[in-house]
Design a protein around this ligand. Structure first.
Ligand SMILES: Cc1cc2nc3c(=O)[nH]c(=O)nc-3n(C[C@H](O)[C@H](O)[C@H](O)COP(=O)(O)O)c2cc1C
Length: 222
């Protein structure tokens, strides 16, 4: 008989996250909650210097209004990361999604460059002006969400930045039908993060499940 998703395995290991140190919580959770999309966040620092860093504590929280959330954790010395410092209330930022071709340079941009250093320029990552915001986008990214901060929650050492997405730039070859808003997601060739260190996954091996109505379920169950 095929294994049923309704039949639980007989044994579990339970971890009390309230009793574990952060390194253990991080290892357990980042290895389990996968895959995580990656927000390659561009902001403007003092003097308009662009800052670019990846964040995989990131997700789409809704479409009405369209909201994204991502979470910079404070550094070990207790100071906020540059991305968090650069996003003032109501401030703008761009979320550049990461294709497989950009994986290495995205990872390189997570290096702890000194505050105020323009990592994009140092790494040869080309930026270009945003469409609706003053913050630039990564030219080679296949998709950019242009965002305006709506709220930042601070919970312990984590800041959760919520942004309203006011614009989406998609590489033209991935737009199947502009009028009907059909996107060729596979063409974006995005990667996701697996685990906490150097693990990633591709997103091209998707599959589909047709959603059913209650009437269809009744018919199927006989
Ligand atoms: C794929 C990837 C995902 C990451 N996700 C996060 C995250 O969600 N939160 C976080 O605080 N740091 C995360 N980091 C580490 C930051 O990118 C790194 O600390 C970076 O130097 C922060 O840059 P900033 O100070 O310019 O914002 C991630 C690194 C990588 C490579």
């Amino acid at each position: 008989m095929a294994p049923s998703p309704r039949t639980p395995p007989t044994e579990f290991r339970h971890f009390d996250l309230t009793a574990l140190p952060n390194a253990a919580r991080y290892k357990l959770l980042t290895a389990t909650v996968v895959p995580r999309p990656i927000a390659w966040v561009c902001t403007l620092g003092d003097g308009g210097v662009p800052n670019l860093a990846p964040y995989s504590f990131f997700g789409l929280m809704g479409s009405d209004p369209p909201i994204v959330a991502f979470a910079p954790g404070d550094r070990a010395d207790g100071t906020p990361k540059d991305t968090a410092l650069n996003i003032a209330p109501g401030g703008e930022f761009s979320v550049n999604l990461v294709s497989a071709a950009l994986a290495q340079v995205m990872s390189d941009s997570a290096t702890d460059f000194p505050h105020g250093m323009a990592e994009a320029a140092k790494l040869g990552i080309e930026l270009e002006p945003g469409s609706r915001i003053a913050v630039p986008r990564v030219r080679a990214s296949p998709a950019t969400l242009e965002c305006v901060e709506v709220q930042t929650l601070q919970i312990g050492k984590t800041r959760i930045i919520l942004g309203q997405v006011i614009g989406l730039s998609l590489r033209a070859d991935a737009v199947l039908d502009e009028e009907k808003h059909y996107v060729d997601t596979a063409a974006l060739d995005l990667i996701g993060r697996m685990g906490g260190r150097g693990g990633y996954t591709h997103t091209r091996d998707g599959f589909e499940i047709a959603r059913m109505t209650y009437a269809e379920w009744v018919e199927r169950e006989g």
